[in-house]
Ligand binder design. Structure first.
Ligand code: SAH
Length: 214
């Protein structure tokens, strides 16, 4: 086993120990080379269970959080998934082998361009990204089986609830935008309404409305 392989092994063992039991999710994480998604100064930490900077004040989530969010999303092979906050493209790359297509929205143009380049390089062809304010969703592609939001908001953006299929699931960090006191929640939509289930205390960057000035 090479040193890189043993680092990946160690990370997967850690994720399993902390509750990521879904074999498909673990296999997807095993296959995505996270070192391609982090900035050079942080290469040596690419397979540590830590969030890392990706530029523009943003971060790629901790692998455990990616694992637990992906698992909570219960993605099926034929599903259409919407991601808000493309960032580095790492979460989208993990979702790609688990579903039919991922649509991902990012508000920072340079991050979006870098993420698209990484996905191309890895020959991941079922992820479509675009620039925009993800809190409005992607109406042209709606409805979605699953929606994952990787930036925190105090409330669930109404457009995302509308664009979720009647029996769809959404996973997102909700809470204080200052960064403390956020929780990951899984939301199940049904004719009876929304069933909201918190499952992990987290700290995400904020979901910001509109586009940055360039
Ligand atoms: N899923 C990413 C995590 C990136 S951090 C990854 O795997 O790397 C969250 C990202 O959400 C940031 O890149 C940030 O710019 C973006 N973001 C914040 N608010 C947004 C909005 N309203 N619309 C789209 N993207 C947004």
């Amino acid at each position: 086993m090479t040193p890189a392989e043993s680092r990946v092994r160690r990370l997967l063992t850690e994720l399993r120990r902390q509750g990521v039991g879904d074999a498909r999710v673990l296999a997807a994480i095993e296959r995505v080379p996270r070192h391609l998604f982090v900035a050079t100064p942080f290469l040596d930490q690419a397979y540590e269970n830590v969030a890392l900077p990706i530029g523009r004040g943003q971060t790629v989530s901790q692998p455990l959080v990616v694992g637990l969010m992906t698992q909570a999303l219960a993605v099926g092979e034929r599903m259409k998934v919407l991601e808000i906050g493309t960032g580095s493209g790492y979460q989208a790359a993990v979702l790609a082998p688990l579903c039919r297509r991922v649509y991902s929205i990012e508000r920072h143009r340079p991050l979006l361009a870098e993420a698209e380049a990484r996905l191309r390089r890895l020959r991941i062809h079922n992820v479509t990204c675009r620039l925009g304010d993800g809190s409005r969703g992607w109406p042209e592609q709606a409805p979605f089986d699953r929606i994952i939001v990787t930036a925190a908001a105090p409330d669930i953006p109404p457009a995302l609830i509308e664009q979720l299929k009647p029996d769809g699931l959404m996973v997102l960090p909700l809470g204080d935008v200052g960064g403390i006191d956020q929780e990951l929640v899984r939301i199940a939509k049904s004719p009876a309404g929304l069933d909201i289930h918190p499952f992990l205390a987290v700290r995400f960057v904020p979901l910001v409305e509109g586009l940055p000035e360039e």
